[in-house]
Ligand binder design. Structure first.
Ligand SMILES: NC(=O)c1ccc[n+]([C@@H]2O[C@H](COP(=O)([O-])OP(=O)(O)OC[C@H]3O[C@@H](n4cnc5c(N)ncnc54)[C@H](O)[C@@H]3O)[C@@H](O)[C@H]2O)c1
Length: 389
């Protein structure tokens, strides 16, 4: 089997995904790389044996020697770049979130439908051990029918990662309840077996609004992601423009009646996601979210607090980025480009997570008023449900 020839657009922090895709002789090879920033291109391109190195992604689209592209540029650029790639007939791996607006997502989905070019959205959490384990437990009926899902997201390095560059700007992300939460909203949908139809939310910029910022146009500081500052109030060198929230809480009603909640804080000391799913016959909760950590199930009772639980499941060992999720998702992407068909990730689900995060952000900025999620054209849903055939 010939290697799938991949072009990569955007060689920033997410470069590890592209490095995982560069496996000459083992299924996929990066043959072209692009970054609009010449300094980034100069530093990173040599990590691949790419034949084509360019600052203009349109050059990749003209090359007959590229089967698929991975788009890893900032969120606000996704709509334009994905549509151009799809129209050029290149299968697309588009990083999450699909876009920063619902309209942008729908335009991408419609272009994939009209061109017939394969579209895959990089919701790698669906390939994370903890998420797959929780889903298996639910699918096997161990906690009965899921009725409510509660997620707490503690983002310890939030001030370093999300408030020192474009992530801090509404114009580039809409907000972190979309940018960051798109992952978990997608997982909530997957675990609960439905999509959000109505949301409300509250949130605020509590801590990072008043800390020292960099001048516009100055690069992110050296070591900015290795030398985390603690406590969060000592963080400096923040982005020149900050108007997204650092604390947000949202409530969701899903189309199958499930009620869910998601909470995010960017100045917690520890980084972890904590999920609770309560079904008609039990409850699960994860304690840690990496390989070797535990998902506990209580499905007898009623009792008082019990640390020992009824069943403890170990999150399997895994190698590779994001707890093994990155190699897992790339494997699925390569298979999908070759054969098409249904995948564990879903472009429709990717749109639904953006839609919930987007409308929750509107609610948050409107005093918590509930908002309905705009529906998606059923013809598009049917096309993607058929595996884009
Ligand atoms: N799935 C995950 O776990 C995960 C993790 C991190 C980031 N992401 C997503 O990956 C994407 C990239 O994030 P990042 O942290 O690497 O951002 P980044 O800012 O570190 O890197 C983005 C790169 O894209 C380049 N770029 C911008 N516009 C371009 C254009 N028009 N053409 C070519 N290059 C362009 C920039 O010069 C930069 O080098 C984002 O959408 C982000 O949300 C996903």
């Amino acid at each position: 089997m010939e290697d799938l020839r991949i072009g990569v657009i955007g060689l920033g922090l997410r470069i590890n995904l592209a490095l995982s895709a560069h496996r000459p002789g083992k299924g996929s090879v990066v043959t072209a790389v692009c970054d609009a920033d010449p300094a980034v291109l100069d530093k990173q391109a040599k990590r691949f044996e790419a034949k084509l190195v360019t600052e203009d992604y349109r050059e990749l689209l003209d090359s007959p020697e590229i089967d698929a592209v991975i788009v890893m540029t900032p969120d606000d650029t996704h709509e334009r770049i994905a549509i151009d790639c799809l129209q050029a007939g290149k299968a697309v791996y588009l990083e999450k979130p699909m876009h920063i607006t619902v309209e942008g997502c729908d335009n991408i989905l419609r272009t994939a439908y009209e061109t017939g070019t394969r579209l895959y959205v990089g919701h790698n959490m669906r390939h994370m051990g903890v998420v797959r384990l929780m889903r298996d437990i639910i699918v096997k009926g161990v906690i009965g029918e899921p009725k409510t899902v509660w997620v707490r997201h503690f983002v310890s390095y939030g001030g370093d990662y999300y408030f020192k560059d474009w992530h801090a700007e509404r114009g580039r992300t809409t907000g972190l309840l979309l940018q960051k939460a798109a992952h978990d909203i997608d997982v909530v949908h997957w675990l609960a077996g439905g999509y959000t139809t109505r949301v409300n939310a509250l949130g605020d910029l509590m801590l990072y609004g008043d800390l020292p910022r960099r001048e516009p146009g100055t690069p992110r500081p050296d070591g900015w992601l290795h030398e985390f500052e603690w406590p969060p109030t000592t963080r400096k060198n923040l982005n020149h423009h900050i108007d997204v929230e650092d604390v947000s809480v949202m409530n969701m009603r899903l189309d199958n009646g499930v009620i869910a909640a998601y909470q995010q804080c960017h100045f917690s000391p520890d980084y972890v996601r904590n999920y609770t799913v309560i079904g008609t016959e039990g409850r699960l909760e994860n304690f840690g979210d990496g390989p070797g950590d535990t998902v506990k199930v209580w499905n007898t009772g009623p009792t008082g607090y019990r640390d020992d639980c009824d069943i403890a499941y170990k999150i399997p060992d895994a190698e590779g980025g994001h707890g093994g999720a990155d190699p897992g998702i790339l494997g699925e992407f390569c298979r999908f480009v070759r054969d098409g068909g249904v995948t564990d990730t879903s472009p429709v689900a990717a749109r639904m997570s953006v839609a919930a995060g987007y409308m929750a952000t509107m609610s948050l900025r409107d005093g918590g008023t509930p908002y309905d999620i705009p529906p998606l054209d059923p013809e598009l849903i049917a096309y993607f449900d058929r595996g884009q055939r």
